[in-house]
Design a protein around this ligand. Structure first.
Ligand code: ST9
Ligand code: ZN
Ligand code: ZN
Length: 333
């Protein structure tokens, strides 16, 4: 109908306005890419990663058995470390640097970079590069954690094998000039290894041991090893579970889903059907602070004058999009 077309046009206009307004559009899905025909390249295992990831997860299991003997302050500290490091990913490398969905002042960028090293998920530059190809070439050979390759691959398997050549080929064509221009990000890249040793492992372990005489074993295994492992798995669930389980109220033609449980663990990053439909929305959801500590944090930073320019999709555009491409689940939920 005439009316329907007007709404579609407005939807697209809004898409381009908000997307372009950020100075980059390389997180928008590229429909023109075609996977190469013929057999897929063979898996090349990276044994160093397989061994280290196995040891890490064994260490986390051991840490679980230590919880009953830990001091309450140590557990509270581990939770604090989890939250800070998670914000370094969600508010930092994800919503700020990958998607430019808001602007952050220098002090906030320094804080988010410190928090990001504490999370040890590769440096911000590498995270952003992989994440923009994930959006642009979602669920194809050029997606680093292509969910078409199954739960295990999109969860952790992709970190244990060499990348598909298309990831690198397409990744090299991305516009990363905004990231290269950020001195804080490039400083982190240069000093990434020592920053991880210090912030992901040493600081979390030293604080309980020094300030409240926690045993060094518990100090290391709970706030460092267990907290790190839980943070990784909460993040990976966005790539695995939130690409497989949940409703698709915004676009039923793509795989990413709305998964409130994942959102709970990942501070608001499980509203993944919404996020892949509107990657420039700073809230990654239409529901504000619900299951979304990251949005509350960014709002607080704006209130304090440390952030600004939050990009938000309007209610009417969201509704129009639901009517046009959604699975209808919003009516029942
Ligand atoms: C980790 C990351 O866990 C997790 C990211 C998850 C993303 C989630 C997104 C979901 C939304 C947000 C949710 C947040 C929720 C948070 C909740 C928190 C509670 N483009 O990589 P290499 C080139 S990390 C362009 O070695 P291989 C480039 O030249 C965990 N070029 O490829 C590169 O050199 P350089 C800890 C690219 O050999 C060169 O290739 N870290 C691209 O195939 C070689 O790159 C680990 O475990 C690209 N995209 O090896 C380490 N990629 O970098 C894991 C590569 O110098 N990584 N190039 O420019 C590795 O060991 C390796 O990357 C590998 C592949 C073995 C996996
Ligand atoms: Zn994203
Ligand atoms: Zn995704």
């Amino acid at each position: 109908t005439k009316n329907g077309n007007a709404v579609v046009e407005k939807d697209l206009l809004n898409h381009e306005d908000l997307a372009g307004d950020r100075g980059m559009v390389d997180d928008i899905f590229d429909e023109t890419y075609q996977e190469k025909e013929g057999p897929k390249p063979p898996l090349r295992y990276v044994w160093r990663n397989i061994i280290l990831m196995s040891l890490l997860h064994l260490g986390a299991l051991f840490a679980l058995t230590l919880i009953p003997s830990a001091k309450i302050q140590t557990l509270a500290w581990a939770v604090l470390c989890f939250l800070v490091s998670a914000l370094g990913i969600t508010a930092g490398s994800h919503r700020l640097w990958s998607h430019r969905s808001y602007k952050a002042t220098l002090p906030l960028r320094i804080f988010l970079t410190i928090a990001n090293s504490m999370a040890f998920q590769n440096d911000i530059y590498e995270w952003v590069r992989d994440h923009r190809v994930h959006h642009k070439f979602s669920e194809t050979d050029a997606d680093p954690h292509n969910a078409m390759r199954g739960f295990f691959f999109s969860h952790i398997g992709w970190l244990l094998v060499r990348k598909h050549p298309d990831v690198i080929e397409k990744g090299q064509k991305l516009d990363l000039s905004d990231i290269k221009a950020d001195k804080v990000v490039m400083f982190q890249r240069r000093y990434y290894k020592p920053s991880v040793v210090l912030l992901c492992f040493t600081l979390p372990a030293v604080v309980p041991w020094y300030f409240w005489d926690e045993s060094i074993i518990i100090s290391f295994f709970i706030p460092a090893i267990l907290r790190y492992t839980l943070g990784l798995n909460a993040t990976w669930l966005v790539n695995s579970a939130a690409h497989m389980f949940g409703n698709r109220p915004y676009d039923q033609n793509i795989n990413p889903r709305e998964n409130p449980l994942v959102s709970l663990g990942a501070l608001g990053e499980g509203f993944h059907n919404y996020h892949h439909t509107f990657p420039y929305d700073y809230s990654t959801s239409e529901f504000g602070w619900r299951f979304n500590l990251t949005t509350a944090f960014i709002d607080l930073m704006c209130f304090l004058g440390l952030a600004s320019d939050r990009k938000k999709v309007s209610k009417e555009v969201i509704l129009a999009r639901k009517m046009r491409t959604g699975d209808g689940s919003h009516k029942s939920g």
